[in-house]
Design a protein around this ligand. Sequence first.
Ligand SMILES: [Zn+2]
Length: 308
Amino acid sequence: MNINTNTIDNDPISGWRKRPVIDQTGSPLNAMTVDVEDYFQVEALAPHIPREEWNNRECRVERNMDRILQLFSDNGTKATFFTLGWIAERYPQIVHRIVGEGHELASHGLAHFRADHQSRPLFLADVTKAKAVLEEVGGVAVNGYRATSFSITRRNLWALSVLEEVGYKYSSSTFPINHDLYGIPEQPRFAFYPFADSKFMEIPITTVRRFGRNWPAGGGGYFRLFPYSLFKRNLQTVRAEDRQPCMFYFHPWEIDHTQPRIAGTSVKTRVRHYLNLERTFDRLQKLLKDFRWSSVEQVYFADSAPKQ
Ligand SMILES: [Zn+2]
């Protein structure tokens, strides 16, 4: 077999791997993040709910956000909220509360289009407008971005340079696992600088290393699927063995077990979307007590952020 070493050297992922992960070994904090979207905007349900119908759907994100903000307030937790521009335009009061209660406002794009389904000009327009909308409504700088469904993969690595160009300081849009919809298993597992000449940071979702591969350990459906004790142990392992902060994420609809069920979805989609919704809130309460959490800004940019 012919191996073209020139091609390997030019592979962006091997370039990422040559640069060390950012030293966060002394930080006691982990990053708590929420992707602010409503139950009908989820990628898995997209084939069943056209965007034109979004305005006609019952809004549940407001009351779910009320519970989340109260939960964080009760536990003294600060978090980062990756918010859709669509949500900010319709429910500015949600954005005002995020900012007013001392959390970090960040971008989840305009209307939940996957980054890898967009051309470079469309993606540029989307992330530029989303940043402007959120900054206008929130009255604060928006530095962070998370792609819909972690849709920055090998196919569209250019998206990271677009984000840097637009003025984002970091992204949390990659997941170092094998998954049918996303993932770059061989990428760095912890925060790193994708570009040699820039401080733009990519912060992957947390994985735990076992049996020679990475396993998801940072939230989403996995948080509902695995027993809490296993989830907790995985995060403890990352803290003890890797000595790095964890990056955790969930969605407001994941605490809403009475949300309307969408007809016609596959078994896989139903499991991913609806499994153990009634348990999420209790698990979150435990998680907030078992580990120390803060916003991405506080965990990774503490030098430029007010100390907690
Ligand atoms: Zn999302």
